[in-house]
Design a protein around this ligand. Sequence first.
Ligand code: HEM
Length: 163
Amino acid sequence: MSDHRDAPDDARPGLAAHEVHDAVGGLPAFRRLVGSFYAKVERDEVLRPMYPDDLEPGKDHLARFLAQYWGGGDVYSADRGHPRLRLRHAPFSITPEAAGRWAELMTAAVHEQTDWPAAARDHLLAYVRTATPTLINQLPADARTLPRQDDASPTGPDTGSAT
Ligand code: HEM
């Protein structure tokens, strides 16, 4: 494993998603990833206020979720049940900005896992890119006034001057 790191052409398509957990070293490896991520959250002015005072339970849940997602068995669901991520994130106001920040910090945390095979990092990076936008549940603060349906002209909404 040690000589795979950081070679640009080392994103081996051969590493299946369910093999990532074992390839990185199991739950302890996801705990290290989540530790790197939360260290950034703690210093982040957008995300920190959304998280509770005690960050430890959330760290444990996220590490277990990721371990399960990447092939580590039901280490999340055994305690927490079905992930239902949209539902669990509903209490938080996740704007595109906040989601973008989350993705940015998690991407940086993944890059810090230099002892992981590059193919495993690539799996995580692709997941962060595609999954994070699905948790947006709030328009940006400056986009609250969308045209109402009955404001649309008969020829369609694109003919007006709205930007
Ligand atoms: C790929 C994207 C994401 C994944 C996989 C993810 C996953 C999770 C998981 C598994 C939990 C714990 C659920 C539980 O209680 O069992 C959680 C909690 C949380 N997530 Fe996310 N999340 C993502 C994106 C985001 C984004 C974009 C935000 C905000 C911008 C966010 C904010 C939070 C907060 C505030 C908590 C509660 C933490 C706590 O109670 O300590 N998450 N997330």
